[in-house]
Design a protein around this ligand. Structure first.
Ligand code: FES
Ligand code: MG
Length: 603
């Protein structure tokens, strides 16, 4: 040895495992020249030959945090504790950046980068000598991108989220990140607050490092990563600045090393059973409408069959038991103190509502094992009893009809006002008919919303098209539209919305979302006109245009004669590649050609 640094802990903890994937690079007995070549640059920052040739696992730390990605930036700190955990368990950490995805500032939309981040992470995990990986998740799309890559690659993998921000306040009132934006936008449109107050109000929702503190898409996807068994039990809800998050970073580091020795891979954890558990848990926590898109995508890459009928059948009848914004009152700190996800799972277990209690987690123990250890809710205001929930039948409806093949509707956010306006016919209490006003994307909506010529009244359904994966591109989070100021002033807050785009997970609007096929992919949204009547039936799960088939046919022919539905040009190479290869939201919006590459680490 040319180096005499003592590391007794390391030697004591080391458990050489034969057949490590990394040994094909670093300890190739048949070709030591290649091993020397693969290894020599890693020596340049102080790793030693002995370490790299010792058959200790090489663990990647896939870091999604950077100055560009403030939601996940605290991972630059947490990675130190992950690294210490990896070291103390006798393995070697190699940290690298993932393609950043900042939900709140990436234009035109962060969803465009979920698949790009997925593709690049697969390449890195495949091409370099990793035996396992810690996936540093947080902001909305960073979590599904990582889990999709873990599924495709299928080496031992564990998620660590950055944790939610601390609570925001305005006076004594809780102000939730994201959620406050929709409220502030309405107050601003009604003329109740000025520009300065708008910015002040919105930025109070984001008071510290961490991802959104509401049950938006970030908190949802990290809860579901834990629900799937892919994160340490109890990890998801810990607020970013709390000491327990640093401690969990350390434990995540030791756990991934144990997983490599046990060869515990995503294919054993992310099973059909695990996805069914996640669907149930998503309803119980009031999870984001983006969850079906992302979970269906992860399942597709894992080779597990999962579709939107599963979401309705398995998840709709489950109650909402977490009182957290946007569906409820509280934020991340109360949720954590009430017990976080293990307390949710414990509640479902005691009601025998978790379909697969024995589903495996990263620890090698079951989801129910950890929930029983953690016990039930510490705060009944926040995590409510299963039999006295916030709302019954709180899951998503899978809608079909002649306007689209597939869309989802989140029912847990239907307000009393919406009920009394739209669901008030005693002979037909679960259906409504109203006329449509159609917008071609968010620019058109912003330009024309306040124009009285649209004819929007208290019985209008607002339609947003041209905002799907092809139309926007990437599928914009814009379907949650508010009524014009003149109606807001009269107290009309809730108009139903339909669209081929998405809705922010922090929004509380009862919208029909993710309509597939989108207008740009030949869906009938493209031929809908202002004033057309739509019938929405929540019992039958249908949305239909009440216009003659012959008239629809005539409009279709005219549209085709005029060159089809217009979408903006691609502005970057990736936008064009994305549009050429991507599927619709109902199928998870994956790169369809990528799906056939499964479990590639073994090949
Ligand atoms: Fe990043 Fe909400 S914008 S987590
Ligand atoms: Mg969002």
């Amino acid at each position: 040895s040319t180096l005499s640094v003592e590391d007794n802990t390391l030697e004591a903890a080391a458990k050489p495992t034969s057949n490590l994937r990394s040994a094909r690079w670093l300890n190739n007995k048949d070709n030591q020249a290649m091993s020397a070549l693969y290894m020599d640059r890693y020596l340049n920052y102080g790793l030693t030959r002995e370490e790299l040739m010792s058959n200790k696992p090489i663990i990647g730390i896939a870091n999604s945090g950077s100055d560009l990605a403030p939601c996940n930036r605290y991972h630059l700190e947490l990675a130190h504790r992950v690294r210490e955990g990896i070291r103390s368990a006798g393995a070697i950490a190699i940290e690298f950046p993932t393609h950043p995805i900042q939900e709140s500032s990436r234009r035109p939309t962060a969803t465009l980068d979920r698949n790009l981040s997925y593709l690049t992470l697969v390449e890195m995990l495949y091409a370099y000598p990793f035996d396992g990986v810690v996936l540093m998740t947080g902001c909305d799309k960073t979590t599904p991108a990582c889990l999709m890559a873990a599924a495709t690659m299928n080496i031992p993998s564990i998620c660590l989220n950055v944790g939610p921000m601390l609570n925001g306040y305005m006076g004594k009132n809780l102000i939730g990140s994201g959620t406050v934006l929709w409220k502030a936008r309405e107050l601003h449109a009604a003329g109740d607050i000025d520009d300065e107050q708008l910015v002040d109000m919105v930025t109070r929702g984001t008071p510290s490092a961490g991802h959104c503190n509401t049950m938006g898409t970030a908190s949802t996807m990290n809860a579901l990563a834990e629900a799937l068994g892919m994160a340490m039990p109890g990890a998801a809800a810990i607020p970013a600045p709390y000491r327990e998050r640093q401690q969990m970073a350390y434990k995540t580091g030791t756990q991934i090393v144990e997983m490599v020795h046990a060869d515990r891979k995503p294919s054993e954890i992310m099973t059909r059973e695990a996805f069914e558990n996640a669907i149930v848990i998503n309803t119980a926590i009031g999870g984001s409408t983006n969850a079906p898109i992302h979970l269906n995508a992860i399942a597709k890459h894992m080779g597990v069959s999962l579709d939107l009928d599963d979401w309705d059948r398995i998840g709709f009848h489950i109650p909402l038991i977490l009182n957290m914004q946007p569906a409820g009152e509280f934020l991340g700190e109360e949720y954590y103190r009430a017990g976080g996800l293990p307390a949710i799972v414990a509640e479902l277990l005691s009601a025998k509502a978790l379909p697969y209690p024995d589903a495996l987690t990263v620890t090698g123990h079951s989801l129910s094992h950890h929930a029983k250890l953690a016990g039930q809710s510490w705060d009944r205001r926040v995590i409510q009893p299963y039999d006295k929930p916030m709302k019954t039948d709180a899951g998503f409806l899978h809608m079909t009809g002649n306007l689209f093949d597939s869309a989802i509707m989140k029912t847990s956010v239907i307000s009393p006002e919406f009920h009394s306006t739209f669901l008030s016919d005693p002979n037909d209490p679960n259906a409504f008919e109203c006329k449509a006003v159609v917008f071609d994307g968010p620019e058109d909506y912003n330009a024309r919303l306040e124009d009285p010529a649209t004819g929007i009244d208290a019985r209008t359904i607002l339609v947003m098209r041209g905002t799907g994966p092809l139309g926007y591109p990437g599928a914009a989070e814009v379907v949650n539209m508010h009524p014009p100021g003149r109606l807001l002033k009269k107290g009309v807050h809730a108009l139903p919305c339909i669209g081929d785009g998405r809705q922010s997970g922090t929004s509380g609007s009862p919208s029909i979302l993710n309509a597939s096929p989108e207008a740009a992919a030949g869906g009938n949204l493209a031929i809908l006109q202002d004033g057309d009547k739509l019938r929405v039936d929540l019992n039958k799960r249908t949305v239909n245009i009440l216009v003659d088939d012959s008239e629809l046919q005539r409009r279709r022919e005219e549209l085709e004669k005029n060159g089809g539905f217009k979408v903006p040009e691609s502005h970057t190479p990736w936008q064009e590649l994305f549009r050429n290869e991507v599927g619709q939201l109902s199928g998870g919006m994956v790169i369809e050609k990528a799906v056939k590459y499964q479990r590639i680490a073994q090949k």
